[in-house]
Design a protein. Structure first.
Ligand code: PBG
Length: 332
């Protein structure tokens, strides 16, 4: 008689399901993005990201203390600057007494063991709201200049390393920036500072809430001449290869959920750790639906994070880190 394969046996009880579970989330997988703003004892909620705040530096330190208690040990900092501090050259990004560099120093001072990742890109400091230097802003001849931007990024990275950052996150998508930043760091003596390159960063609608958080939306045009076309996957391999050759220690795919195939592609074709950025819009969608009672927010969150890991991500940047940490537990 023929034997019927019965895969349901391996799903028969919670214990058996746990035994055969192929992918497990751990708090060690997460990096939490955090927004820092000027002021004292203030925090403002990002309207499109319920539960996510811009913190003044004193409250940011309290927030990190809370996260550390939950087992979260890696953070990616982003600055929210007033318009008056922004200019064409992102000058404020290298001001040692500016908000961002002060924040990096304060976090590493108070929590020497946490991993501080930084953002290397012009947009939070740029009066044009672009990741690169703009020529002829606003006119139809408006252009993002690649090589002059590299010099600014190099200075920014060295200033961040000097402030104590552990990992640089170039999120700008200029050509050659990983190699340029690596050389700048090495020449300044920061050979131990790592680079997690945003290798495959797509020109995505899912960044909307993040741009609200930083007031960093482009003042004209869009980011399609530097961020990738969502229709392309082979191109992600070109970007990944270049970034590895130029010295990236880890690669990132961004966004995560609409790009699970890209996560898997890079996982299968490279040997460096792959990070996925579960971006602001992905967070906002689940929160909005959960608030309306349209889906179970916790379950949708855990299923999304698990899918990102199953696709091949070793590391997940996610605004859900705190909530997910509470559910996965800190000891694994
Ligand atoms: C820009 C940057 C963006 C994000 C991180 N760095 C947005 C953009 O490219 O406009 C998006 C993160 C998110 O949506 O959560 N350097």
């Amino acid at each position: 008689m023929t034997i019927i394969r019965r895969p349901r046996r391996n799903r028969a009880s919670g214990v058996i399901r746990d035994l055969v579970q192929e992918t497990r989330l751990s708090v060690h997988d997460f990096i939490l993005p955090l927004f820092v703003m000027e002021g004292q004892n203030v925090r403002t909620e990002v309207a499109s990201m319920p539960g996510i705040y811009r913190h003044s530096l004193d409250l940011l330190l309290d927030e990190i203390a809370e996260c550390v208690d939950l087992g979260i040990r890696a953070f990616d900092l982003f600055p929210n600057l007033p318009e008056t501090k922004k200019d064409r050259y992102a000058t404020e990004s290298t001001n040692p007494n500016g908000l961002y560099l002060k924040a990096i120093r304060a976090v590493k001072d108070r929590f020497p063991d946490v991993c501080v990742m930084t953002d290397v890109a012009m947009d939070p400091y740029s009066s044009d709201g672009h990741d690169g230097l703009v020529e002829n802003a606003g006119s139809s001849a408006g252009q993002i200049l690649n090589d002059p931007t590299l010099e600014i990024l190099g200075r920014m990275a060295v200033a961040q390393a000097q402030a104590g950052a552990d990992i640089m996150g170039p999120s700008d998508m200029m050509d050659g920036r990983v190699g340029y930043i690596r050389t700048a760091l090495d020449e300044a003596g920061y050979t131990n500072v790592g680079i997690m390159s945003y290798a495959a960063k797509y020109a995505s609608a899912f960044y909307g809430p993040f741009r609200d958080a930083l007031d960093s939306a482009p003042k004209f045009g869009d980011k399609k001449t530097y961020q990738m076309n969502p229709a392309n996957s082979r191109e992600a391999l070109i970007e990944a290869e270049l970034d590895i050759q130029e010295g990236a220690d880890m690669l990132m795919v961004k966004p995560a959920l609409a790009y699970l195939d890209i996560i898997k592609l890079l996982r299968d074709n490279t040997n460096v750790p792959i990070t996925a950025y579960n971006v602001s819009g992905e967070y906002a969608m689940i929160k909005a639906a959960a608030r309306n009672g349209w889906l179970d927010g916790d379950r949708a969150m855990m299923e999304s994070l698990l899918s990102i890991k199953r696709a091949g991500a070793d590391v997940i940047l996610t605004y859900f880190a705190k909530e997910a940490a509470a559910l996965v537990g800190s000891v694994q």
